[in-house]
Design a protein around this ligand. Structure first.
Ligand code: 13P
Length: 250
């Protein structure tokens, strides 16, 4: 089965609302590619202006985070129904920066995945190993643990629509990309795990991205790998280079 590629920018804590609008305008002619899904995952305060700015284009908007309750006394949080009502389609869940700096554990992330799906959002579920884990040879054990816990109780049909992002922590923001072979190996490992937990059809349908210093120079090689269905891009999503990543598969 041919999986549609998905190229998503993760803006992280960058771009004020006015900067966001300028970036959307700059990228508009550069990110046109009918063969891939293009997503901007933006800071909460940029969601409403960016949703308006991309209307009529091929770009969808994602959030970088959400909370597990629908509403109530949770000062500072944003719920899945709020995101949906604002026009958001995707939400990043379990980015290593949130696992690390904000101590989000797998049980909490599992609740987020379920809540996002129930609300009609597509989770971009992140996983990835530290440098120490890679060097001690436990990469795949660790990632299997993360995915199993984060997807506990999620149905095969829901996993088919999910996006999983493999992001080795040592490659994020470091300029150190995993080689295409290293990235392929883990992405295939994740797909094998999905086949093991669910079935071949589910494994065949789920889209798996690579993330970590992906840019205009290395995207084509990574995207050519059979189990890499797209990218989750940080730094390079904030500039014109992102257009080259979106069109790298051509
Ligand atoms: P960089 O592309 O800046 O390495 O960030 C990757 C990332 O964390 C995307 O979620």
């Amino acid at each position: 089965m041919a999986r549609r590629k998905i190229i998503a920018g993760n803006w992280k804590m960058n771009m004020t609302p006015s900067q966001a609008l300028a970036l959307v305008e700059e990228l508009k002619p550069l990110v046109v590619n009918p063969d891939v899904d293009v997503v901007y995952c933006v800071p909460a305060i940029d969601i409403v202006p960016v949703v308006n700015a991309v209307k009529g284009t091929n770009v969808e908007v994602g959030a970088e985070n959400m909370y597990i309750e629908d509403k109530g006394a949770y000062t500072g949080e944003i719920s899945a129904p709020m995101l949906v009502d604002a026009g958001v389609k995707y939400v990043i869940i379990g980015h290593s920066e949130r696992r690390d700096y904000f101590k989000e554990d797998d049980a909490f992330l599992n609740a987020k995945v379920k809540k996002a799906i129930a609300a009609g959002l597509t989770p971009i579920l992140c996983c990835g190993e530290s440098l120490e884990q890679r060097e001690t040879g436990v990469t795949m054990d660790w990632i299997r643990l993360q995915i199993k816990s984060d997807l506990a109780g999620v149905s095969a049909d829901d996993v088919k629509n999910l996006v999983i992002a493999y992001e080795p922590i040592w490659a994020i923001g470091t300029g150190k990309t995993a080689t295409a072979d290293q990235a392929q190996e883990v992405c295939k490992g994740i797909r094998d795990l999905i086949a093991e937990i669910y079935d071949e059809a589910t494994a065949d349908a789920v889209r798996i991205q690579y993330g970590g210093s992906m840019n205009a120079g290395n995207a084509a090689e990574l995207l050519a790998k059979p189990d890499i269905d797209g990218g989750l891009i940080g730094g390079a999503s904030l500039k014109a280079d992102f257009g080259k990543v979106v069109n790298a598969g051509k």
